[in-house]
Design a protein around this ligand. Structure first.
Ligand code: 3EB
Length: 332
């Protein structure tokens, strides 16, 4: 149940209710519940931060534990909660249910970008976003995902972060209204952000997908740790959704897109010293729009990934209403 990330940072999926086994010399950076009810971040008794994402139905939850071998400091800067260990910084926040999200998303992201700068961990590895009612319209008739993308893009623009510095991300639905997010960043700039030659960069998607494009790269490689964080990946070729209504084909296309991003040719193109295969991925999350597709997706993923990989499945909406499945993971 445990995945060692490198000497210092470790991420593990655990069943809800399991308390983290106290191991000498390990400190909790964050305990992130993938549960039923949203809980905004707070500093917990273990000294790290805790939050709960509304991502599952009754009883199926789990907790993602982030631990480190260094002392952790946790606190709050404005609306952003953080925990850091001298090398890694985890930030988290929650936007409560609202009639529109652009302004509050911009504010929340500006808060994250300020926090990573001021605490001295300005280089982002990875961001996760969980967006309630993601495919529903806001008070102005704009789809919530597009509304969210608008605020996020404005925050990166206002902070002067160019597209080439955008990191890997996930943007998916949630089971309750409101937006929850968390990020991981580092003190050192040891990052390479990867694109997929089969896909248009998300930050260059044409305007028909929304007033501002999604702000993320397809994967982020962290040189010293040797980790590769793979973004949420779906059945998109170029900028278009392919295989409308066909779950098996969409799942295979998403897996193919990941294989392409992490494979020898693409990693070499980005200057990395080696490439990876689907069987190198771990800490995998699979988001499936329809409950009745989960069994088939579980089979396809079971065949594609290593039998030793941690894989969690969620039934939530995906950012485009024609997408049926999205898959992410980490190579370590
Ligand atoms: C895509 O490729 C599918 O908005 O942060 C994947 C990963 C997707 C991250 C985000 C969206 C996001 O466009 C959707």
């Amino acid at each position: 149940m445990t995945a060692f990330m490198h000497d210092s940072l470790e991420i593990a999926f655990r069943k809800s209710g399991d308390t983290p086994t106290e191991r000498p010399g390990r400190h909790v950076l964050a305990a992130i519940g993938y549960g039923e009810t949203p809980v905004a971040p707070f500093v917990a008794d273990h000294g790290g931060i805790e939050l709960e994402l509304p991502m599952v139905a009754a009883g199926d939850g789990f907790t993602e534990f982030w631990t480190t071998n260094k002392q952790v400091k946790a606190g709050r800067m404005g609306e952003v909660w953080y925990a850091h260990d001298g090398e890694h910084l985890l930030c988290a926040g929650r936007i409560p249910p609202a009639p529109r999200y652009a302004d509050q998303t911009e504010h929340a992201y500006l808060g994250v970008l300020r926090t990573i700068r001021e605490l001295g961990y300005p280089h982002l590895n990875r961001i996760w976003n969980f967006i309630g009612r993601i495919n529903e319209e806001n008070a102005e008739g704009m789809e919530t995902y597009r509304d969210f993308c608008l605020g996020r893009a404005r925050a990166f623009e206002r902070s002067g972060i160019p597209d080439e510095k955008l990191c890997a991300a996930t943007g998916v639905g949630a089971t309750k209204d409101g937006v929850s997010f968390y990020s991981l960043s580092r003190r050192e700039n040891v990052h390479t952000h990867l694109e997929n030659p089969r896909q248009v960069a998300a930050y260059r998607y044409p305007a028909r997908y929304g007033p501002k494009s999604p702000s993320f790269s397809r994967a982020t490689h962290v040189r010293d740790a040797g980790h590769l964080y793979v973004s949420g990946t779906a059945s998109i070729i170029g900028h278009e959704t392919v295989h409308h209504g066909l779950i098996e084909r969409q799942c295979e296309t998403a897996l193919g897109n990941i294989a392409q991003v992490i494979g020898d040719a693409n990693t070499a193109r980005h200057g990395l010293s080696r490439g990876y295969r689907l069987t190198d991925l771990d800490l995998i999350k699979v988001y499936v729009r329809h409950e009745e597709h989960v069994e088939l997706v579980r089979e396809l993923c079971g065949a594609a990934f290593s039998p030793d990989a941690e894989i969690a499945f969620f039934t939530v909406d995906i950012c485009r209403s024609d997408l049926l499945v999205e898959i992410e993971g980490i190579v370590r």
